[in-house]
Write a protein that binds this ligand. Structure first.
Ligand code: URP
Ligand code: ZN
Ligand code: ZN
Length: 457
């Protein structure tokens, strides 16, 4: 197949180029020669030809309580493909007492046969016993090269500082990377208790149970721990200007080569805390951790992303049905499952508000959404670029299309922070490993489904 007449994105901007794919791989980019007899030629006139998006932070079909409260693997991955994302890296979260190997097997059983895009798995660690840590090297060998620890969620997922350092040493020894959710669980728990105990239980109070000082303290603490242990670190979903400043200070003073990566998610860049005051449903939709912050933080972090101080733009896609969030809210905001959708929105919303908005060049936009997530998370050489030898994950994108955003897929989503937003940019066609999965903005039926991606750092 030859994709002809479109433009690829270079440091100089969009440049006319053809892309030739054979089987599941890209074989040539630029002047690719004449089509062979019978070879398909796709007309991409006026369109940008992009690598498939890589969202390094999703929670598809996450078990919660007695059920699977967030939307499932198929629906979530449909939204991903329709939105131009062909690879996600999801989080396998162990149940209490469960082995990490069993957790990964459980996540694979949920995803395999259901998910339509390619996927990798980060492994969450909540128990730093010798037995659990001994599993880490085997998981790394099996392609799960990244782990997650929480300083938040006291009594559930939170690790104490000493435990976090033990985990960092184990992860570092195994040649892996640790992703950390930086909020201080003690600060959040105390704030939550005060709010709930004084009748401030409505969804609008959620952000006050996650104050900025909680994230700032956790970021400072985890950076000190990373310096101490030499552990490669990604701070996920950074929501504050101060967090970014702390990250940059730590990079300057770090003596070793271990990376310190900063992730930002689209809801923290493009939505703000005013949503909590926009009525019950708007506030419910915006319940996530860290919460949405004041607008001033958004601009600073967008500038940080443009400058290369923040590395990747993800979604933390964790989408719950409004009915579920609403039912849980009857017992107070503290019972509402945390998370927003975004995997379907990431390309279009960020193109609208960052690229068309004049804050990110098209090249930097793609770096943060495709190339750097692949490189940082262990998919270099296979995903994230339009280059010979790479998987033929290709998106045809119309940068001029203007319309109002409608959530993709399921209709009762609580995660549609972007419903009704005037947007610029349309995902028209998508190929995953050379097979067309979206045609003219519609899912192609009978897809074979996504593959598990072993990752190596
Ligand atoms: O609110 C959020 N972020 N939910 C997903 C779990 C996590 O902490 O990443
Ligand atoms: Zn988190
Ligand atoms: Zn998350």
């Amino acid at each position: 197949m030859i994709i002809s007449g479109g433009s690829i994105i270079t440091d100089q901007g969009p440049v006319p180029a053809e892309v030739r794919c054979e089987g599941s791989r890209i074989v040539a980019v630029g002047q690719v020669g004449a089509p062979a007899a019978g070879e398909q030629v796709v007309d991409a006139a006026g369109l940008w030809v992009l690598p498939g998006g890589i969202d390094a932070h999703t929670h598809f079909g996450m078990p919660l309580g007695n059920g699977y409260t967030s939307l499932g693997w198929r629906e979530s991955s449909e939204a991903a493909l329709l939105g131009g994302t062909t690879t996600v890296i999801d989080f396998a979260n162990p149940a209490v007492g469960e082995s990490l190997v069993d957790t990964v097997a459980k996540w694979r059983a949920m995803a395999d046969g259901s998910i339509l895009c390619d996927f990798g798995l980060h492994v969450t660690v909540t128990d730093v016993s010798e037995e659990r840590l001994a599993e880490i090297p085997g998981l790394v060998a099996a392609g799960c090269a990244t782990f997650k620890g929480f300083l938040a969620y006291k009594g559930r997922l939170m690790l104490l500082p000493e435990q976090m350092k033990i985990l960092m040493r184990a992860v570092s020894r195994a040649g892996a990377m640790l992703l950390v959710h930086c909020e201080d669980g003690e600060i959040n728990a105390a704030a939550e208790e005060t709010l709930m105990g004084t009748g401030r239980t409505a969804p609008q109070w959620h952000p006050l149970a996650h104050p900025p000082e909680s994230e700032e303290k956790a970021v400072a603490d985890v950076l000190a721990m990373a310096a101490d242990t030499g552990c490669p670190l990604t701070i996920v979903h950074m929501s504050l200007t101060r967090s970014l400043e702390l990250l940059m200070e730590a990079r300057q003073s770090r003596g070793d080569d271990a990376p310190l990566i900063g992730e930002v998610c689209i809801h923290h860049l493009f939505a703000d805390a005013d949503l909590y005051l926009g009525g019950h449903e708007a506030a419910l939709a915006a319940i996530c951790s860290p919460p949405l912050r004041d607008r001033a933080n958004c601009g600073d972090r967008l500038a940080g992303l443009a400058a290369g101080d923040l590395d990747i733009m993800s979604t933390d896609h964790c989408e719950f049905c409004l009915a579920e969030k609403s039912a849980a809210a009857a017992n107070g905001f503290a019972h509402v499952p945390n998370g927003c959708g975004g995997v379907g929105e990431r390309l279009v919303v960020s193109h609208t508000l960052a690229v068309a908005g004049g804050n990110l060049t098209p090249a930097r936009w793609l770096e943060t959404m495709c190339r750097r997530p692949a490189e940082i998370m262990g998919l270099a050489g296979r995903k994230g670029r339009l280059e010979p030898g790479y998987d033929a994950d290709v998106v045809l994108f119309d940068p001029r299309a203007e319309y109002r955003w409608e959530p993709l897929g399921a209709s009762d989503r609580a995660g549609s922070l972007w419903a009704g937003l005037p947007v610029k940019g349309l995902v028209k066609d998508v190929w995953l490993r050379g097979r067309q999965v979206v045609a003219h903005g519609t899912l192609v039926p009978d897809q074979p489904g996504g593959e598990f991606l072993p990752r190596t750092l």
